[in-house]
Design a protein around this ligand. Structure first.
Ligand code: HPA
Ligand code: ZN
Length: 343
């Protein structure tokens, strides 16, 4: 008997729920935009910049991530960045994406919120038509900045017509527990938006409890440190809370020394609603297909387990019933095509 060939993961219909659009800034695009906007670069070329892409921690990464955003200035920059990701998304077999962005990181540099939203919004609105990828936007608030700043940003966002479906919380986690942002998430919920938050990436399991109990989020971003708290694992499993896990990100930022030491397989075995995502793929060595492929190879996931990961993401997506049904149908066809081949 021969071993089954590894499935072509670009054919597996996937959804990505944890992707920072600023984290898709490839060095080549950084140089292109720097030239277009006459932004001085401190690196002589792409290779020198790429050689800086080695990180010891989340804050070490965030310093470069925020620094590189200096090249994003105009509506066209935000549009081009998002189009590049969406084209890539299509080739990776993504069918639905929920795109995080950090509005405060741009307004703090003097880029108006309207410019950011116009570029991202136009790209997102065209993505179904041009790439067959449905998409939505999720502004993330910077947890290391004041609540008041986030509240005033939220009112600006609520006044826009950009396709925003939820609010999120990101940036430096340790020392910045979620509870301080309760009023922000209350207002977002009252305004009809969903809530998600990074928790349990570098921070402790108690931050995941807080995100659930105080922010009342519907999904937890990362959440890998939940595995240190058996009562939390029970709760996440019983409530079916989706976790947007980013395996390559966690290894590159030093949360786990190797992928084989990453808890993603244990999380699946514990019955958690795990999804696989790429986080900041330009920085972490792989887009979503690479995250699926490396997890599959490392933990020996079969076709059924890969389909389950894709199904988990589709079920956790902030889409209406018609789009969810389309995505599930496509996934069923992927599974069925294999059954016919075998039968
Ligand atoms: N964690 C927190 N903040 C972030 C991340 C992350 O993985 N990526 C971009 N901002
Ligand atoms: Zn993230």
């Amino acid at each position: 008997m021969t071993a089954a060939a590894a499935p072509d993961l670009s054919l597996l219909p996937k959804a990505e729920l944890h992707l920072h659009i600023e984290g898709t800034l490839e060095p080549e695009l950084i140089f292109h935009l720097a030239e277009r906007n006459r932004v001085p670069m401190r690196y002589s070329d792409v290779d020198e910049l790429r050689s800086r892409y080695k990180f010891s921690s989340l804050s070490d990464f965030l310093a470069l991530y925020y620094d590189n955003m200096a090249v994003l200035v105009s509506e066209a920059d935000f549009y081009d960045l998002t189009r590049a990701y969406l084209a890539r998304a299509r080739s990776e077999g993504l069918r639905h994406v929920e795109i995080f962005f950090d509005p405060q990181a741009h307004t703090a540099r003097g880029v108006p919120l309207e410019v950011v939203l116009a570029g991202l919004g136009e790209a997102a609105r065209a993505s179904q038509r041009d790439f067959g990828v449905s998409s939505a936007l999720i502004p993330n608030f910077l947890r290391d900045r004041p609540l008041e700043e986030a509240m005033s940003m939220l009112s600006g966002l609520l006044g826009s017509d950009a396709p925003i479906v939820a609010v999120g919380l990101d940036s430096a986690e340790v020392g910045n527990p979620p509870a301080r942002f309760a009023a922000l998430f209350d207002l977002a919920r009252a305004s009809g938006l969903h809530g998600v938050a990074h928790a349990g990436e570098e921070g402790p399991a108690s931050y995941v409890w807080e995100a659930l109990d105080v922010l009342r989020v519907q999904r937890v971003d990362h959440g890998v440190r939940s595995m240190e708290d058996p009562a939390l694992v029970d709760r996440l499993r019983d409530e079916g809370t989706p976790l947007t896990v980013c395996p390559l990100s966690n290894v590159v930022l030093g949360g786990f020394a190797t992928l084989s030491g990453h808890p993603v397989a244990a999380m699946l075995s514990a019955g958690l609603h795990v999804t696989v995502n790429s986080d900041d793929p330009a920085y972490f060595g792989g887009y979503i297909g690479e995250n699926y492929a490396r997890v599959a190879a490392t933990f020996g996931l079969d076709r059924a387990a890969l389909a389950q990961l894709a199904r988990n993401a589709i079920m956790a997506a902030f889409v209406g019933p018609a789009r969810r049904a389309e995505l599930l149908d496509e996934l069923d066809r992927w599974e069925g095509s294999r059954a016919q081949l075998v039968g």
